[in-house]
Structures are given as structure tokens and as C-alpha cells.
Write a protein that binds this ligand. Structure first.
Ligand SMILES: Cc1cc2nc3c(=O)[nH]c(=O)nc-3n(C[C@H](O)[C@H](O)[C@H](O)COP(=O)(O)O)c2cc1C
Length: 201
């Protein structure tokens, strides 16, 4: 892994791919994503900063097959068609037991694990930091030239019972990823202006 070099703004192509032209896709083309690209998406996602470097996000990449059929049963009716069309659906989850890896992810604080004995505190931290990393995940997908279609519309408790009954992972979001299909975009909804949503003090 390289050390940080001089920082500079990304070029216009990158700015378009990451922000200006990037849209939420509502249908996907029948174009594959390789395992190497999924590994790269994961690698880029995990580089984003999290509190104490705790890295509570977990990702299950689901391709066509038995697992996808099961996943689709947990997705809201209004989301089924778009989820079905994507070559990969990523189940993003928070690992409630992320503290068991803190000796690896935060070697500078040997006693860090002890501060997460309380399950409620740990669960909140796990979910908050997984959501933060979910943003990095979507930007990583876009950086590789694919579109994302995030979905909160799914039955989390049923999905967790199906996919995570034996683990400490808990789903937070499902993200469809792939190249855009037919009529993939809705009209862009307005964004709040600087005056409506920011301050410089
Ligand atoms: C966490 C999250 C959950 C979402 N859930 C759904 C969903 O269940 N169904 C859906 O059609 N769109 C869903 N969306 C898509 C948003 O409505 C969309 O990203 C937003 O309106 C911005 O659209 P744009 O990227 O095209 O500007 C979700 C987005 C996010 C980030």
C-alpha cells in the first residue's frame, strides 16, 4: 500500500463519474462485474476513515443463483424488478462484534475492546460506522465505472434470519450495482442549496 502523496483535485472525468453525472440507477444492463472488481470495490471501501478505524461494515456480494432468489423474497415489491435486473446485489451489514477485530484494526489502543462491552453502545457504533462506510462503498462502485441503486426497502429482520442467523452481522442496506439498463434514471430531484443546508462561521 502506498503512502500519501501530494494532494490535488481529481480531474473532470473523475468528478463527473463520482458526483456530477452519477445517478441512482433503477434498472441494470446484463453486463457482468468480475470478482476482481468486487475485490477492488471492497478494498477501496475499507480505506475510508471510520471511528477508531473500527471498520464495522461487512459486505455480501450476491450474484444470480439460489442466494439471489432468497434475497429477492426479502425485498419490497416496489424494488424487486430493479434488484432482479442487477448483476450483483450487495448486502451491506454492520458487524455488532467488530470489537473482536480491534486488536488488528486499532493496534495503537490495546485496551480499545474493553470500551465496547455494552451491547447497546456497540450496536449503535457498529451501525453508525457501517453507514459511513456505506457511503464510501457507493463512491467506490462509481469510481470503477458502475452505477449504484441503494435500497432501504427490504425486510431486514427476515433477511438477517435468512443470511446471518449464525453471525453477528446485521443488514443495513442492499445496493444494486452494475451498468445502467433501459430508462435507468428518474429526473434528478432538487438538492438543498448552500444557504438551506450549510454555514460558514
Ligand atoms: C439508504 C438509501 C435507501 C434507499 N432506498 C431506496 C428504495 O428502497 N427504493 C428506491 O427506489 N430508491 C431508494 N433509494 C434511492 C434514493 O431515492 C436516491 O438515491 C435519491 O433520490 C437520489 O437520486 P439520484 O442519485 O438519482 O439523484 C435509497 C437511497 C439510499 C441512499
Amino acid at each position: 500500500m502506498s503512502e500519501p502523496t501530494t494532494l490535488h483535485p481529481v480531474n473532470d472525468d473523475a468528478m463527473r463519474a463520482l458526483f456530477l453525472d452519477a445517478r441512482t440507477a433503477r434498472s441494470f444492463a446484463d453486463a457482468p462485474i468480475s470478482d476482481a472488481e468486487l475485490h477492488r470495490i471492497h478494498e477501496l471501501t475499507m480505506l475510508g476513515p471510520t471511528s477508531m478505524n473500527l471498520q464495522s461494515l461487512r459486505i455480501v456480494f450476491v450474484r444470480a443463483g439460489e442466494a439471489k432468489d432468497r434475497l429477492l423474497t426479502h425485498v419490497a415489491d416496489g424494488n424487486k424488478e430493479k434488484a432482479a435486473s442487477a448483476p450483483v446485489n450487495a448486502i451491506l451489514a454492520a458487524d455488532i462484534d467488530f470489537h473482536d477485530s480491534l486488536h488488528i484494526t486499532n493496534p495503537h489502543s490495546p485496551n480499545a475492546r474493553d470500551s465496547f462491552a455494552d451491547v447497546e453502545r456497540r450496536t449503535n457504533m457498529a451501525r453508525n460506522q457501517a453507514w459511513l462506510a456505506a457511503g464510501y462503498f457507493m463512491m467506490a462502485v462509481r469510481a470503477l465505472g458502475y452505477a449504484v441503486g441503494p435500497m432501504g426497502g427490504f425486510k431486514a429482520s427476515a433477511l438477517d434470519a435468512d443470511f446471518f442467523s449464525e453471525s453477528s452481522w446485521r443488514s443495513i442496506c442492499v445496493v444494486n450495482i452494475g451498468k445502467p439498463g433501459e430508462n435507468p434514471w428518474r429526473e434528478r430531484a432538487p438538492r438543498l442549496s448552500f444557504e438551506q443546508s450549510a454555514l460558514i462561521l
